[in-house]
Design a protein around this ligand. Structure first.
Ligand code: SF4
Length: 194
């Protein structure tokens, strides 16, 4: 089912004229319920249980919820960004429809990873090199896709390689890492500065 057109509204969730946190609600007439298992297959790190009719997904600082006739996105800055996001998701869904036959649908997807899983693998020195005041703050930012694990350089030099390996695998399965473990290990072995 292709999305032809949509309407959207921005909701000021803090009810303040100065609020910079708006929620976007995008509505369309087409019912994309049958497409949800295919959309879930294309979104690393999303949560989807077939029958609930909702895909939850975190992208950078946005929380995205995809339902049969509606998409909601948190922390939208303004109308310009809202239009860009609507166009992005319309194209993403229509493209999924086009390549549907080549996608293995997913009926259950849930990656269990939280800030503590990341924190436990960090050096816990609160050195601030990553730009965050504490390792816990950095771990929370990684979960929210606001920071990348590669920004903690001590993690790649001071953390035990087995622990590092486990966390990188988990992050990759959750779609929270761009670099592959192999590439990261190769860079380390070659002494490259990350
Ligand atoms: S760079 Fe790593 S060790 Fe240093 S504060 Fe950030 S997360 Fe902690």
């Amino acid at each position: 089912m292709r999305i032809k057109d949509y309407k959207f509204q921005l909701i000021n969730i803090e009810c303040l004229p100065t609020s910079v946190h708006l929620n976007l609600i995008m509505n369309f007439d087409e019912d994309i319920k049958d497409m949800l298992p295919y959309i879930a297959a294309r979104l690393p790190g999303c949560t989807y249980i077939h029958g609930t009719d909702i895909i939850n997904f975190t992208e950078k600082y946005h929380i995205v919820a995809i339902k049969p006739r509606e998409i909601t996105i948190t922390r939208v800055k303004n109308e310009k960004q809202a239009r860009e996001l609507c166009e992005y998701w319309k194209d993403f869904i229509n493209e999924t429809e086009e390549v549907k036959d080549s996608i293995e649908p997913v009926y259950e997807k849930k990656v269990e990873i939280g800030p503590l899983d990341i924190y436990r693998a960090l050096p816990a020195t609160n050195c601030g090199e990553c730009g965050y005041p504490t390792c816990m703050a950095f771990a929370a930012a990684v979960i929210k896709r606001e920071a990348d694990i590669e920004n903690c350089k001590p993690f790649f030099t001071d953390t035990d390689s087995g622990v590092r390996s486990l966390l990188l695998d988990k992050l990759q399965k959750a779609g929270l890492i761009q670099l592959t473990h192999d590439r990261k290990e190769k860079e380390l072995n070659e002494g490259a500065r990350i």
